[in-house]
Design a protein around this ligand. Structure first.
Ligand code: GDP
Ligand code: ZN
Length: 458
């Protein structure tokens, strides 16, 4: 297949003085060669080699930039097309100059994710891997990147493949019993069917439970800072923003909304959000009442409730505690440098199992403990284990939920003693839906696979 040649700046993850302009397509090498001057012509070099030279303005021969150019011929490339990477040191200005030069000489600016799309179209990766790369492009912290990387390496695909295999075997046995009654196959009894389906359901459930955490890792834990006026909410906000590096990755050439006040606290991405003006409004509970503020607060993944060490607890404070009952809360007793007036016992009682952390934000004390508390709260669910397969893609989540639905239907049918071929319809559907996750949908292939794997026609 032939595609036009696309290009984009693809800065490596993390900082680094090197930036890369990447080209992919049938003309990638020719275009690069037309603006390059080195010992050899790029059209003549071997694949997967790197060359030092100068980029030149082809009309005038005027040198533009010193570069290292990698030449990689398809299909042994990410897109399976010819790929050229122009490495230029220097900042944004020189990179943009190189990009402009490439664009002026026959390449087209890639759409976000287009390199990945080509890898998929050219059969280099499956759909879930392609989507993982898209997530990777948007991933904002190292940990979120790991989730995407796991998926890219095909963990989800493998797992889904295994579950499909189990379903396929189940279907095969049912088919044998229906179509070849004389065939001496093991009878797929209802209880055996039940067992297999329950197994698949449990596995899908397991994947789904990680979905929420996956989403949070990708999008950030939406965090609200609440408390009475003057307790130190803004100070806390500043401390979190200043002590932590803001957004980590930035892949130029892809459009991305800038999310303000997005910080990475020990691997936990926090999105310090202004949920319905909670941060602005100093007294949300008084304004809209406990019940309503609960509703608003529920939309946050994490609530940082700040109280003042230097004052006795007020009604307002008590209302706030009431409003956040049962949510994920960390209580922060601030201004410990001032005389303690707050009733610490009462605070602990109100906090219940929620962590209580003391800070003196004025002196930047206690922020460490708070960060530790946030990390613990989030990772206590075992999310730290890198072995798990996280789904964070909403299309995958929807498909997994549909899978569960059809397996439930099948299990239901078994319970009701429905004819086995009716139960089989739902099993087949579950198999097809799982196939959509890895982009393998055609249902005729079910027949092919049945025959190739179980030799029914023999
Ligand atoms: P907010 O109204 O809740 O956002 O509170 P601010 O963060 O604006 O802080 C209110 C005032 O308290 C400011 O003058 C801060 O400098 C001060 N403040 C914040 N944290 C501390 C602290 O730990 N100790 C003392 N002594 N003052 C603090
Ligand atoms: Zn404030």
């Amino acid at each position: 297949m032939e595609y036009d040649t696309i290009t984009a700046i693809s800065t490596p993850m993390g900082e680094g003085a090197i930036a890369i302009v990447r080209l992919s397509g049938s003309e990638a090498i020719a275009i690069a060669d037309s603006i390059y001057k080195g010992k050899k012509m790029l059209l003549e070099v071997e694949s997967h080699t790197i060359h030092y030279g100068k980029l030149i303005e082809p009309k005038t021969g005027e040198p533009v930039e010193e570069v290292m150019v990698s030449v990689m011929k398809g299909p042994r490339t990410f897109t399976r097309e010819d790929v050229v990477e122009i490495n230029c040191h220097g900042g944004i200005v020189s990179v943009n100059r190189v990009l402009q030069l490439v664009l002026n000489n026959g390449a087209r600016l890639a759409e976000p994710g287009e390199f990945t799309k080509r890898a998929f179209l050219n059969g280099r990766i499956d759909l879930s891997q392609a989507e993982a790369v898209m997530d990777l492009i948007r991933a904002k912290t190292d940990r979120a990147m790991n989730v995407a990387l796991n998926q890219m390496e095909g963990r989800l695909s493998k797992l889904v493949g295994k579950l499909r295999q189990t379903l396929l075997e189940t279907i095969a046995h049912v088919e044998v019993n229906i179509d070849y009654p004389e065939y001496d196959a093991e009878e797929m009894t209802h209880s055996l069917l039940n067992e297999k389906l329950t197994f698949v359901k449990r596995e899908v459930d397991k994947i789904l439970t990680t979905a929420q955490q996956g989403k949070i890792l990708r999008e950030g834990l939406s965090t609200a800072i609440i408390g009475r006026p003057n307790v130190g909410k803004s100070s806390l906000m500043n401390a979190l923003v200043h002590e932590n590096k803001a957004i980590v990755t930035d892949v130029a050439g892809t459009t991305r909304d800038v999310i303000e006040e997005y910080v990475n606290v020990r691997g936990v991405p926090l999105r310090l959000v202004d949920t319905a003006g909670i941060r602005e409004t100093e007294d949300i509970v008084e304004r809209i009442g406990v019940e309503k503020s609960r509703k608003v607060l529920k939309e946050s993944d994490l609530i940082l409730l700040v109280v003042n060490n230097n004052e006795p607890l007020s009604n307002e404070d008590e209302n706030l505690f009431e409003a956040v009952k049962g949510l994920d809360v960390i209580v922060i007793v601030n201004k410990t440098d001032l005389k303690q007036e707050i009733e610490m016992d009462r605070v602990k009682e109100l906090a219940g199992q929620h962590p209580v952390i003391t800070t003196s934000l004025l002196h930047e004390e206690g922020v460490d403990l708070l960060e530790e508390g946030i990390a613990q709260l989030f990772f206590q669910g075992g999310i730290e284990s890198q072995d798990m397969t996280y789904v964070s893609n909403s299309r995958h989540i929807a498909l997994l939920q549909q899978t569960i639905h059809h397996i439930d239907e099948a299990l239901n049918g078994i319970d009701l003693n429905l004819p086995i071929d009716m139960v089989q319809i739902d099993i087949t559907r579950a198999w097809e839906i799982l196939g959509e996750i890895i982009g393998d949908t055609v249902s005729e292939s079910l027949i092919d696979q049945l025959f190739s794997q179980f030799c029914l026609g023999k």
